[in-house]
Ligand binder design. Structure first.
Ligand SMILES: Cc1cc2nc3c(=O)[nH]c(=O)nc-3n(C[C@H](O)[C@H](O)[C@H](O)COP(=O)(O)OP(=O)(O)OC[C@H]3O[C@@H](n4cnc5c(N)ncnc54)[C@H](O)[C@@H]3O)c2cc1C
Length: 389
């Protein structure tokens, strides 16, 4: 019988609880429950320091294989970590893209050199990543990417514009989908490049969001450069790698998020108990529907995670949680009645509930809109005829 190095699930939970109790103190404790959706600007430097503490203690890449510097934690243990993390109200994380999207993608599609170069700095909390997929004319229609990369000796030279690049202004590297084959169209001729953000050819401009925060950016590449060894997959194989990464984005990476959802639902329950919304007859049903939805999400996530590398069926989860979370945002403000429409006092900072309501509008858009998820489910999971182009 093999012995799990992280111990039994109960032992692991006790260890996680003790570590968090000891470390979520001082500035980190001040940030309790902050830094989540719509609230990303809060305490960023403190959260960066926290990421390094997590890295030093081996809490980043918990589910990555040990051969790549992870801890090889089981799905159950990753859930325990996420549950206890949320329960301890530890600060919101700053490198979702590095740990949950790029890391697993490099492990699956990258070279040994790429893994050796990048995974350790993600694991120790020192390197943050952003995602350069969307462009002004390539959002849902990602295959329409126009940003180009041209070979110049040992380097790719990149020109074009990305948009909605979350946290690009605080990232060290970006994974970018570019067109490397002159005259190619659609999915063909695309490649997946790793590009350093700190260079003269890369400029980011923050886009202000309705929440007041500036989580995403326009990102301009003007003769930006990256070494040929920074391509994941072969030239022209970018679509395959990009889709593989989206599988991770729509799949396992939502685990921690669900525990955050649980906390938000608990906050909604408290608001309902406080009585502000007693006049709304459907509140009970909406709360119960939310609760049931959360259980369904959990079981669906467990089901899809136990079946290995996520495929198109990950879209089922994305469609479900995006819609669920948007509905919860609406419920949150409905529960507060008319007071939800006003700011408290100068300087009229929005409350967390108001920010949640505004930010959750975007849950049905990013990572692929609801309509696109339905297309994926119809065509690639159910095998229905393709949508007319
Ligand atoms: C908060 C947030 C963070 C984001 N972060 C990032 C990031 O870090 N990196 C990144 O690359 N991108 C990011 N995005 C961009 C996101 O992936 C795109 O917004 C999304 O893919 C939709 O693209 P679009 O905005 O161009 O809308 P469009 O593609 O123009 O779509 C407009 C509308 O048309 C619908 N539609 C489009 N095509 C079809 C179709 N074939 N069938 C039916 N309906 C259709 C859409 O569902 C949508 O309702 C982020 C977006 C948001 C909101």
């Amino acid at each position: 019988m093999t012995v799990d190095p992280l111990g039994t699930n109960d032992e692991f939970r006790t260890h996680v609880q003790a570590w968090l109790a000891e470390h979520v103190v001082g500035d980190y404790a001040e940030l309790r429950g902050r830094g989540g959706p719509g609230d990303e600007d809060i305490g960023f430097d403190i959260r960066v320091a926290w990421e390094k503490e997590l890295g030093a203690a081996g809490w980043i890449g918990l589910g990555w294989p040990e051969s790549h510097g992870g801890r090889g934690a089981s799905v159950a243990q990753q859930i325990i970590w996420a549950e206890e993390y949320t329960r301890a109200q530890a600060p919101a994380r700053v490198n979702h893209m590095g740990e949950n999207l790029l890391g697993p993608t490099l492990i699956e599609y990258g070279t040994a050199e790429q893994c050796a170069r990048f995974l350790p700095s993600i694991l120790d909390g020192n390197q943050r990543w952003c995602q350069g997929y969307s462009e002004p004319d390539a959002g849902s229609d990602l295959a329409n990417v126009q940003t180009k990369a041209v070979l110049d000796g040992d380097e790719w030279v990149i020109n074009g514009q990305k948009v909605w690049t979350s946290l690009a202004h605080v990232s060290h590297w970006c994974f970018v989908v570019v067109r490397t084959e002159v005259g190619s169209v659609r999915h063909k001729g695309l490649s997946f490049l790793l590009v350093a953000m700190d260079q003269p050819g890369v400029e980011t401009r923050i886009i202000r969001q309705p929440t007041g925060g500036g989580e995403f950016n326009e990102t301009f590449f003007t003769d930006a450069r990256t070494d040929t060894s920074m391509m994941v997959g072969a030239p022209g194989e970018g679509w395959r790698v990009a889709m593989g990464l989206l599988g991770f984005e729509r799949g396992i990476s939502t685990l921690a998020q669900q525990v955050g959802f649980e906390r938000e639902l608990a906050a909604a329950m408290s608001l309902a108990r406080a009585g502000a919304s007693n006049e709304i007859p459907t509140v009970r049903q909406r709360l119960v529907r939310s609760y049931i939805g959360l259980q369904l999400m959990r079981w669906n996530a467990l089901r899809s995670m136990s079946s290995g590398v996520p495929g198109p069926e990950a879209s089922i989860g994305k469609l479900f949680w995006g819609t669920w979370h948007r509905d919860l945002g609406e419920l949150m403000v409905d529960l507060q009645g008319a007071t939800a429409m006003i700011g408290e006092a100068f300087p009229y900072e929005l409350t967390l509930e108001q920010k949640l309501f505004l930010f959750t509008r975007s849950d049905t858009i990013y990572g692929g809109s609801n309509e696109i998820q339905r297309n994926v489910i119809g065509e690639r999971v159910l095998g229905l005829p393709k949508e007319p182009s």
